[in-house]
Write a new protein. Structure first.
Ligand code: M6R
Length: 606
């Protein structure tokens, strides 16, 4: 989603800005722009990719202070005018903004009543004009930004650059901004990945912080006045730039990285001697675990599907009530938060605004919330303070694959840990751990020979819609398969617990309708077979994902076998054929599989 990168130093700013934007490309965006100060503020902005922007940039852009932006449209269409940076009327200041201004209509009206002409449809542009009014009335730059933001309701990661002042002013509230200090130069970015080539010494602005950055360093204070407690952090883990290697796309590369990623995730976390899971980052003792009345798991998209697997595993192993919540709904349903309950915010990026807002709600109500996160040092990881890093490594494709596997694995380990504080025996724990340790090899084995994926692709690629069915732990896997195919190949997909199919979705079935059924060898299998027969009777074409050597294979028109494993662990394997079907269907239909239309990698607006 939207990304910000800014620089003030001694080097030429423009190439650094362009490189900063490039490093944030994986987040997804639809337009880009830069503003560079060299006596005047020069702005270049354009719909399209960073490469498209590069094509319209003059060969040399002088100036060693600048701000830049990748925009993912929220207010106003995808146009050059709506791309950031935005200027005030006299071009004496430029702004870039991430986030959403909720009271924009009122603010626009006020500006228009003063005769100010807004040239874009964005909410962000109002900030440029409001700050400009403050400057015209004699306020210092920091005061003009402060006074402006006090009138704004919403979220911001904001950078302001001035024609007359050698500084950049930054402010954050509900949208991350990170300041970096180099030697005689300072940086600002919304994503640590853009900063790490320049410096490891950074400050994550807290909500309500405002900062002046100059060449020699930065000064952070609070919007309401007074000093900020935000300190310097040394970035611990930098993934570097994930390159494609021999793979044509990140999505397929990341699908194939799952065995290794899973190995990393479970390493050191399975305690065979005690038949227990070990998740040190939770810092939770057995007494607290025993006292918990329930567990709530919160996430969006793929993370939500992982939560649904996690909730079933927790109830199964620990016999503790568990729920999976859609993060975007959580806060607005005014949830009852039990202070003894355990809450988990699950997110690959650690930046998802909906998940962040749920965490804030839980904290406000005195609840305990832990992160299950991939990106180290991300906003959610820092806000939760305690949690589990899933160690998938960089996930660049917008469609999440290896993060799902590791979210599920982390939640399964937690289910084991919680179960062991209750009635779940050490012997049973050991049995699961034995099986768990074999899973990376099984994933590898499957990926070496994934079965008739291309036949499945032929069956789905021109379908009006595809139905995904599964029961028990396979029901969220069906949802994940449907989400992936929809995202990457733009095919309408529905997912249902198989038993629910006859209560409505069956009406969609006609001769040749593709139905993907996830039916590993578990206690639900026979029930799922009954649903297959119901689909078949209506002419559906069954793409069956099943356990190797299972006689159920004959129930599928196209049957894809995955290695056998403990039923509890099947989601780690059965999801992979669905990812491969999505990837190859996307390719067959000529879609941009790594950057599907309209989607963003980290969704930083609610
Ligand atoms: O970074 P997060 O895990 O919080 O992201 C949540 C969803 O936006 C994300 O899973 C989305 O659904 C993916 N594009 C799925 O492939």
């Amino acid at each position: 989603m939207c990304g910000i990168f800014g620089y003030i130093g001694v080097k030429s700013a423009a190439p650094l800005l362009v490189e900063g934007l490039r490093r944030m490309e994986y987040r997804g965006y639809d337009s880009t722009g830069i503003a560079v100060l060299n006596g005047e503020i020069q702005v270049h902005k354009k719909v399209g990719k960073v490469n498209d922007l590069k094509k319209i940039l003059p060969k040399v852009i002088k100036g060693n202070c600048g701000i830049s932006h990748t925009r993912w449209a929220t207010h106003g269409g995808v146009t050059d005018e709506n791309a950031h940076p935005h200027l005030n009327e006299t071009s004496s200041l430029a702004i870039v903004h991430n986030g959403i201004i909720d009271n924009v209509r009122l603010l626009r009206k006020k500006l228009e009543s003063k005769g100010i002409e807004l040239v874009s449809e964005t909410d962000s542009e109002v900030l440029a004009h409001m700050i400009s009014i403050g400057l015209d009335s004699g306020q210092e730059p920091i005061e003009a930004v402060r006074q402006t933001l006090r009138k704004v309701v919403g979220t911001w990661g904001l950078c302001v650059m001035f024609k007359e002042h050698d500084m950049i002013i930054c402010a954050a509230n509900g949208s991350p901004l990170i300041l970096g200090q180099g030697d005689g130069e300072s940086f600002v970015a919304s994503d640590p990945h853009a900063l790490t080539p320049h410096t490891q010494s950074v400050s994550f602005l807290e909500d309500g912080d405002i900062a002046i950055i100059r060449r020699g360093g930065f000064k952070i204070s609070r919007l309401e006045g007074g000093s900020s407690s935000t300190g310097i952090t040394i970035l611990e883990e930098e993934w570097g730039e994930a390159d494609l290697g021999d793979y044509p796309h990140y999505m397929i590369k990341e699908i194939h990285e799952q065995p290794e990623a899973l190995r990393r995730c479970i390493s050191g976390r399975l305690d065979y001697a005690n038949g227990n899971g070990k998740l040190g980052g939770l810092r939770l003792d057995s007494a607290t675990l025993r006292a918990t009345p329930h567990v709530r798991l919160i996430g969006c998209g793929t993370a939500l599907n992982a939560c649904k697997v996690g909730r079933l595993a927790i109830e199964k192993l620990a016999r503790v009530p568990a729920m999976a919540h859609v993060a975007s709904e959580f806060r607005y349903n005014d949830p009852v938060v039990d202070q003894l309950g355990l809450h988990f915010a699950v997110s690959q990026s650690g930046e998802t605004a909906d998940t962040l807002s749920a965490i804030k709600e839980i904290k406000l109500k005195g609840g305990l919330v832990f992160g299950i996160i991939n990106v180290v040092g991300s906003t959610i990881a820092r806000l939760c303070g305690r949690g589990v890093y899933i160690h998938s490594g960089p996930e660049q494709a917008v469609a999440s694959t290896k993060a799902f596997t590791n979210m599920v694995a982390s939640l399964l380990i937690f289910a084991l840990r919680l179960g062991r504080t209750r009635s779940f025996s050490r012997a049973k724990g050991r049995k699961i751990i034995d099986e768990f340790k074999k899973m990376p090899d099984r994933l590898e084995k499957y990926l070496e020979d994934p079965g008739p994926i291309m036949e499945a692709v032929d069956a789905v690629k021109n379908a009006k819609s595809v139905l995904f069915l599964g029961r028990g732990l396979s029901s969220p896997v069906a949802s994940e398969g449907a989400l992936k195919l929809m995202e990457v190949a733009y095919i309408p997909c529905l997912s249902y617990p198989a038993g629910e199919m006859k209560h409505g979705p069956i009406a969609l079935l006609e001769e040749g309708s593709p139905v993907v059924v996830i039916a590993p060898d578990d206690e639900m299998k026979e029930k799922t077979v009954a649903s297959i027969h119901e689909c078949r009777a209506r002419g559906a074409r069954i793409i069956l994902i099943h356990a190797e050597g299972d006689e159920i294979a004959s129930e599928g028109d196209i049957s894809i076998a995955v290695p056998r494993c403990d039923p509890l662990l099947t989601p780690l394997l059965t999801v992979i054929p669905t990812q491969l079907i999505a990837y190859h269907a996307g390719l067959a239909l000529g879609c941009d599989v790594d950057r599907p239309r309209n989607l963003a990698k980290s969704v930083t607006v609610e």
